[in-house]
Design a protein around this ligand. Sequence first.
Ligand code: NI
Length: 270
Amino acid sequence: MPLDTFFKNLWNDYTRLAPQAKAIHQLFRQTYQCPVINDHVAFRTFGRSPLSIDRLEPLLASIGYLPCDEYHFEQKKLFARSYVHPSPTSPLIFLSELNWWQLSPPSQAIISEIIARIPENAASNISVFWEGLQWPVIHWNNYQQLETDSEYAAWLSAHGLHANHFTVSVNALPAGTQIAHVTELLRINGYPLNQAGGEIKGSESDQLMQASTLAPDIPVQFANAVTQNIPGCYYEFAQRFTTPNGELFKGFVPASADKIFESTDRSKAQ
Ligand code: NI
């Protein structure tokens, strides 16, 4: 599949879960009068499952993405791997997975049941990245149980596999644009931002500064025709700095990423 088709499919799916991203994308085009380029696209999945990072990786390899770095988030019980494409204008891809076997026994039981319903060959077509649930819709009370342990677990169980966020490259905006200008523009236009760990996470010495919106609630169908409003997807903004060897930093900063994950927390919703 051509790369631009892959990202177009992802964007169409993502903006259904994050209608605000479409509006912000438009706002940036109007304000900056330039194309809005992606820094990275991130996904969430279940470890030890037919959709684990190791099972998804060959699909990314089929479109030219190669593993780059690995990250551990002990407190959130997550593992992540980043992927780069040889074409320097292609966004990075960030896959994270939940170490669900480290959750409480009731949450483990719910997720074991979900994973048992995922077809063994679920990761055989690249469209799995925008197809959402590969298991039956969950019960609302199970969502509530999961979120007591892990907001990530609740989000993933309710939505399935999607681009969890796209990220605007601040570096690709007109020269001199700083991430603080971007957050100011968002504030003026009424978009609530994730304040966990500060509105702008990371510093120039980390070589990466990031900010993100708080995922607005969207209606989601649960079992027995129950519909509830829960956080959908959010939009992220990243400004990268040059490393001592003169190249733009291509990594992620674990302490910042840890806080960015909280952009879908119901407890943070406004
Ligand atoms: Ni991100």
